[in-house]
Design a protein around this ligand. Structure first.
Ligand SMILES: [Zn+2]
Length: 292
């Protein structure tokens, strides 16, 4: 597990994009047509008015035995709608629908709502864990190792010194300066590592990319274009060399097979017989990025 945690920290600076859609919605629940009963104003619903916005209140219900807070919005719509995102559960309902009816609609969608809430909570936790503290003493991953950043006004440039990443910056350097210095260094290292690994496998394959470009795409570790150029994400340099090699081999194999069919995987295997271990590790870790 430690290894996985280190890997997770590896992409810490990546501010990885949301894996989940911006919000999750489920089919709304139809409600009865408005009765001739009086429309209760939002404030008589017993919820806490949310930031004094008319028609919006915060309420508490129980789903699957768990207390679940949600935001209730009254609207002109004719159905009860549900939406879960990183701020929790939102319910939109016509003004004439009573709380009991809303709660029973919530119960009917209980499994979906609870699953989505858990997914979003896990997602938020993951983002939290991945965050790098850009300060003296913070850690970053480099080639699978965890390095502790040390700001050293006496040092020049950035250099690895055992488990220390020594950064030549003034003592009062802020988080932005530290991040820029470390990321620029990581990119230089990434290019050097790729330039060293690519020829090894190119030779085995008998084909070389027309061009290597570094990418900082939020969604891809690597890609291979029909013109034979390969892009590799500089953030791969956080990972152990076996994972970098797998991505290098994967993209090189696309020079022969522009697909993910059996011939493609046979090519990958011929270049890197143990590729599947690295592939599984890469899959497990950053669910935010993919290969193409
Ligand atoms: Zn691919």
């Amino acid at each position: 597990m430690k290894r996985l945690r280190d890997l997770a920290r590896a992409a810490g600076d990546a501010a990885l994009q949301l894996t989940l859609p911006l919000f999750d919605q489920i089919a709304p629940v139809p409600v009865r047509a408005p009765a001739s009963r009086p429309v209760p104003p939002a404030t008589t619903e017993g919820g806490t008015p949310a930031a004094h916005t008319p028609g919006i209140s915060r309420r508490l219900t129980r789903l699957g035995g768990h207390p679940v807070e949600y935001e209730l919005r009254r609207s002109r719509r004719r159905t009860i709608g549900f939406c879960v995102d990183d701020s929790g559960l939102r319910v939109t309902a016509p003004r004439w629908v009573g709380i009991a009816e809303i709660d029973s609609a919530l119960s009917a969608k209980e499994a979906w709502i609870l699953r989505k809430l858990v997914e979003w909570r896990e997602h938020a936790g993951r983002r939290e864990r991945l965050a790098v503290r850009w300060e003296d003493g913070g850690t970053v991953a480099f080639l699978g190792r965890t390095l502790t950043m040390r700001i050293d006004a006496g040092a020049r440039g950035v250099a690895v010194d055992n488990d220390i990443l020594r950064i030549g910056l003034p003592a009062q350097a802020d988080a932005g300066q530290l991040k820029n210095a470390v990321q620029a260094w990581m990119q230089t290292q990434a290019r050097a590592v790729f330039r060293e690994r690519l020829p090894i496998y190119s030779e085995r394959l008998g084909a070389a990319p027309t061009q290597l470009r570094l990418s900082s795409a939020r969604t891809r570790w690597g890609s291979c274009a029909p013109d034979g150029s390969i892009r590799l994400n500089w953030r791969l340099v956080h990972f152990p060399i076996e994972i970098i090699d797998y991505v290098v081999v994967h993209e090189l194999a696309h020079l022969k097979e522009m697909n993910h069919g059996p011939d493609f995987w046979a090519t990958v295997q011929s270049l890197l017989p143990e590729f599947d271990t690295a592939r599984q590790q890469l899959k497990q870790f950053p669910d935010d990025l993919t290969l193409s």
